[in-house]
Ligand binder design. Structure first.
Ligand code: CA
Length: 224
């Protein structure tokens, strides 16, 4: 996968470029919006990792230009931690995903792989994380080759977690996505379901996949 990395902070650009190269991607970095637009319209990339905060033409302006030029290259925005407005604007302008700074390389790579899966249709029906696999057509779940039986709700919860490994999902997000509650149910329905799911997925395995992020929510991530 050939990736254009647009980031003016040299340290971060180097960190991303190295991390991508180590994971088998083919990155090219540039440091400003005009170069990014020029490169994106003269060369082919499989995705662009685009920082929003750039001197001169900023990332949102680059994205707007690209989409106006009917360039559909997948774009992952790098936004400020509290940049809700820019994330919303970015998604409205046609960004495919975003990461807020600071982010982990692991998460960026997972997002890029997800972009590739969406593009190629490859693995669309089977999601895999570590030794856990979920088939969206048959609803079969296996861990290390052993089948796991889940209720419909547990399946929906796991499927949502597996969509973005490493991303912390809040109880509110889980309530909305898995239970379709757009209000606080005022119960610990999420925690109870996560605990049941965790027993089925993680018990008996030294590597635990469902992690609690204290005070925030849950994430799918290999750990102790
Ligand atoms: Ca920047």
């Amino acid at each position: 996968m050939r990736i254009l990395v647009v980031e003016d902070e040299r340290k971060i650009a180097t960190f991303i470029r190295k991390g991508l190269a180590e994971s088998g991607f083919n990155p090219l970095a540039c440091a400003n919006g005009d170069d990014a637009l020029h490169l994106a319209s003269s060369e082919r990339f499989d995705a662009i990792v685009l920082d929003v905060m750039l001197p001169g033409r900023d990332g949102l302006s680059v994205l707007r230009q690209l989409r106006e030029q009917r360039n559909t290259v997948p774009v992952i925005l790098l936004t400020a931690r509290d940049g809700l407005a820019e994330r919303v604007e970015g998604l409205n302008l046609g960004a495919d995903d975003y990461l807020s700074k600071p982010f982990s390389m692991e998460e960026l790579i997972a997002r890029l792989r997800a972009v590739r899966r969406r593009l190629t249709g490859e693995g669309l029906s089977v999601q895999q994380y570590e030794d856990l696999s979920l088939n969206q057509i048959t609803h079969e779940i296996t861990r290390a080759g052993r089948k796991i039986e889940l209720t419909a709700r547990e399946y929906a919860l796991l499927e949502y977690l597996m969509r973005s490994p490493g991303r912390v999902l809040t109880r509110t997000q889980l309530c909305e996505q898995v239970w379709d509650y757009h209000f606080d149910p005022g119960t610990n329905v999420v925690d109870v379901c996560v605990q049941r799911l965790r027993r089925k997925v993680d018990d008996g395995h030294p590597v635990k996949l469902i992690q609690t992020v204290r005070g925030v929510g849950y994430t799918l991530k290999a750990g102790a």
